[in-house]
Design a protein around this ligand. Structure first.
Ligand code: PGA
Length: 259
């Protein structure tokens, strides 16, 4: 059976409508390698336009980078899960360290969002990851395990299998980030897999992704981590050529681990 390798990108706060459509049209024209599950999280302003540029049977899953847990109402600047789904989202990212740092996202709000996403028929994509000081103190596994436990605390055991977790060490993300080595990643992804299996009554989360300074140079090595089922990419996938190169690496990995 072929393994599924998830290759996805959040565009963060980049791309106008025109830039989003150009990316989506190129993506629509390119074949997706066998075994790869691509996903793209545009800005809210571009989501529906990107959906409309992709064929109806496109394998590319779309999502949002954030949505509120409440069904509707007085929450200025936010969108609901239902609004996200209506505009084309199948996935909802939550708990990214940029949102934890800049927008006061907490473990509690992440768990509310995970609950609300599932209630709206969307897949929660929960980001977890330790700051540098926590890693330096030797507490990365403990810290991230606690984040996973909190994020999934409002879910039934059987719902854990509908959830994606992305391990994104804070010190590895963005321009100032240092790419993580496989040796740094593996003990933490093993801990996440253990915790999600415990919470899921033996069945872990649907996918466990790694993110933070992923590039074509380190993607192959990172995918070799036995607990990692895909990559969640920022800068290296913001040009469609970069995204395609990473999908090709994902496809080659899927073919290698074919059983
Ligand atoms: P980066 O972003 O790949 O640009 O480091 C990763 C992320 O924030 O998910």
């Amino acid at each position: 059976m072929a393994a599924v390798v998830w290759i996805g990108t959040s565009w963060k706060m980049t791309k106008t409508l025109g830039e989003s459509r150009a990316f989506a049209r190129s993506l629509a024209a390119a074949p997706v390698p066998e075994g790869v599950q691509p996903f793209v999280l545009p800005a809210h302003t571009s989501l529906a336009a990107v959906r409309d540029c992709l064929p109806e049977d496109s394998p590319v899953l779309l999502g949002v980078q954030n949505a509120h847990w409440a069904p509707e109402g007085a929450a200025t600047g936010e969108i609901s899960m239902r609004m996200a789904a209506d505009a084309g989202a199948r996935l909802v990212e939550m708990g990214h360290s940029e949102r934890r740092e800049q927008f006061c996202e907490t473990d509690d709000s992440v768990s509310r969002k995970a609950r609300a996403a599932l209630d709206a028929g969307l897949v929660p994509l929960v980001c977890v990851g330790e700051p540098a000081a926590v890693r330096d103190a030797g507490q990365a596994e403990e810290f991230v395990t606690a984040q996973v436990r909190a994020a999934l605390s409002r879910l039934l055991a059987e719902e854990v299998a509908d959830t994606i977790v992305a391990y994104e060490p804070v010190w590895a993300i963005g321009e100032a980030g240092r790419p993580a080595t496989r040796a740094e990643v593996s003990p933490v992804t093993a801990a996440i897999a253990r915790e999600s299996e415990r919470l899921g009554g033996g069945r872990g989360c649907r996918a466990l992704l790694y993110g933070g300074s992923v590039s074509v140079d380190n993607a192959t090595v990172l995918l070799e981590d036995p607990h990692t089922s895909g990559l969640f990419v920022g800068r290296a996938a913001w040009e469609v050529e970069g995204f395609q190169a990473l999908m090709a690496i994902g496809g080659a990995h899927a073919a290698r681990v074919d059983i």
